[in-house]
Write a protein that binds this ligand. Structure first.
Ligand SMILES: [Zn+2]
Length: 558
């Protein structure tokens, strides 16, 4: 064989290999995307949201049915158990029900006032004990109750609140002033979330922490606080039985707060405006709070479901898809329909896990990195299942490339846009932009960032541990009917069906938009799975410091 001929042959063979490789890769990607269909999605959503599953409450018969259904589906798809030999991660929880006869008593120099549980305040304890009390605990107003070094902000500066009861404003100074230079302007930061306020109060050693409710900065009315905080409360149990938490955590109704401040000789509406300034100092109210909570305590066990598709080259690096399988179960005190079927919220996201798993299995060869499918419990009880996984990870967080969360998918048809909740937080947005432009769609930020949606679904549990997390929502600009129509459909769902027994499967749902969204999310995970990069949080994100520190610690060890 002469040299020239030899080289030509090599060239042609190589070209053929490259070309056929590309074609079959393209084909296998196409068949993966096409395997996501309306028939399969609707069939499984109908099953999971049927009355037989009893509203999928954690630690109920409905849970048993749900987690076994998911396990069987993941097995059928051909995934491996995600937790050693098991498809389950057990999540120990405690259910604490406070006696509703509790009263909050506030004493001043001259008189004392008693407030009624439910209408005037709510309170509970996360401590796993039969009874906790505040006894003449000094009350102190700490403004927004925020310690944020990156914003040069410390409401607890020079204070000793041990044994005291702190009274706190909801949201953050950026929201209150709409000053873009203050925190994140109108968009809520984590410092604005009530969960943060209690965590910080506990770190400071406060005995009690009471947040003043106001509808606009809280993003929901008192009724939501009242319903959510009365009745049985589920929580995770820490090793110290949550004794490091404040003894009492609660909310004051706005009118209650006004009365309390008045009895301290202060005007609440005036005083609160001083708290938006950096030089604000806490104000002792000269009042004493007393309360005694008697609890009924039950230990409960629930399950996260976890399945694995091992990668072909870097199997020790992981892309997560996640969705919460739980909903509110049944309420026997209701007239008529008592089952919270949670069809949209979140049978849709849960079923999407199965569909995405199937799509990845359609690929001719497995992705280079591993894909994990995680269906978490007790989201509706405060992101508990995801929080448990994130703080008891099965796969190393520094090897976890990204988490993609799905919660309540689009049932209204194709949209010209796709919403990224918390847009600008992480480099994952660029992957969404690429995948969206392939579909001829545009990416838009959350139209209502002041609601703090980024902090209100399961990806946040991962973000808090530094893992880059993505949460998209199906867009609103409908291909045929436009944006107003799309927004109206969403608002109608929130008003009529959200967290109500009427969130039921409807055979008239239009799955075409959901399919596009899932193909988009498939592409995002697929791109990540074929790379060796670790996308990070953007500069200025509150989660970046944790990620950088964790990754640096790994580099140091090497
Ligand atoms: Zn949900």
């Amino acid at each position: 064989m002469n040299k020239k001929y030899f080289l030509q042959t090599i060239f042609l063979v190589t070209l053929t290999l490259i070309f056929s490789g590309c074609v079959s890769k393209e084909q296998s990607l196409t068949s993966a995307l096409e395997s996501i269909t309306a028939e399969e999605l609707s069939k499984d959503v109908e099953i999971l949201s049927s009355d037989e599953f009893e509203g999928r409450a954690p630690a109920s018969k409905g849970e048993e049915k749900t987690v076994n259904f998911l396990k069987e589906e993941f097995q059928k798809v051909g995934l491996k158990p995600g937790n050693g030999e098991s498809f389950f991660q057990e999540v120990p929880m405690v259910e604490i029900t406070a006696d509703p006869a509790v009263r909050l008593e506030i004493k001043g120099d001259k008189k004392s006032t008693r407030f009624i549980y439910g209408d005037e305040f709510v309170a509970c304890t996360l401590r796993v004990v039969e009874e906790v009390s505040l006894v003449d605990s000094e009350m102190i107003f700490v403004g927004y109750g925020i310690v944020a070094p990156e914003y040069d902000w410390n409401d607890y500066e020079g204070l000793d609140v041990r044994g005291k009861t702190v009274v706190i404003l909801v949201n953050d100074p950026g929201f209150a002033t709409e000053d873009p230079e203050l925190f994140n302007g109108r968009a809520m930061t984590y410092y604005g979330r009530w969960t943060y306020k209690y965590e910080e109060a506990a770190l400071q050693g406060a005995e009690g922490a009471l947040i003043i409710h106001e509808t606009e900065p809280a993003a929901y009315p008192w009724g939501v606080v009242k319903n959510g905080w009365t009745g049985p409360q589920f929580n995770l149990i820490s090793e110290d039985n949550n004794l490091s938490r404040c003894a009492v955590e609660g909310w004051l109704h706005l009118e209650t707060a006004r009365r309390v401040f008045k009895s301290a000789g202060l005007n609440y509406d005036e005083i609160k405006t001083t708290a938006v300034k950096r030089d604000f100092t806490a104000i002792p109210l000269g009042l004493k709070a007393s309360m005694s909570l008697k609890n009924r305590i039950r230990q409960q066990k629930s399950k996260n479901v976890i399945a694995l598709l091992p990668g072909s080259e870097r199997a020790d690096e992981y892309i997560f898809y996640m969705a919460h399988w739980d909903h509110f179960g049944k309420d026997p005190t209701l007239e008529g329909d008592q089952i919270f079927n949670g069809a949209l919220d979140n049978a849709t996201g849960t079923v999407a896990l199965i569909e995405l798993a199937e799509a990845f299995k359609q690929l001719e060869s497995p992705p280079l990195r591993s894909i994990v499918f995680l269906a978490v419990t007790a989201e509706e009880q405060g992101l508990l299942g995801s929080k448990y996984y994130a703080t008891h990870p099965i796969y190393p967080p520094t090897k976890t490339v990204a988490a993609i969360n799905m919660d309540a998918l689009n049932i209204w048809g194709k949209m010209k846009d796709v919403t990224v909740i918390g847009y600008g937080n992480s480099e994952l947005d660029h992957y969404v932009e690429t995948a969206a432009s392939e579909q001829g769609r545009r990416v838009r930020p959350d139209p209502k960032p002041e609601r703090g949606s980024f902090y209100r679904s399961d990806h946040f549990s991962f973000a808090k541990e530094g893992i880059p997390a993505l949460y998209t929502s199906g867009g609103v600009d409908h291909v045929e009917h436009g944006e107003e129509w799309g927004l109206a459909k969403r608002d109608k769902y929130i008003a009529e069906n959200y967290h109500k027994p009427s969130d039921e499967f409807d055979p008239n749902w239009d799955f075409s938009g959901m399919i596009e969204d899932l193909r988009l999310l498939f592409k995002v995970g697929y791109m990540l799975s074929m790379e060796s990069t670790f996308p990070n949080w953007e500069e200025g994100s509150e989660f970046k410091a944790k990620r950088d520190a964790d990754m640096e610690a790994v580099r140091q060890k090497k």
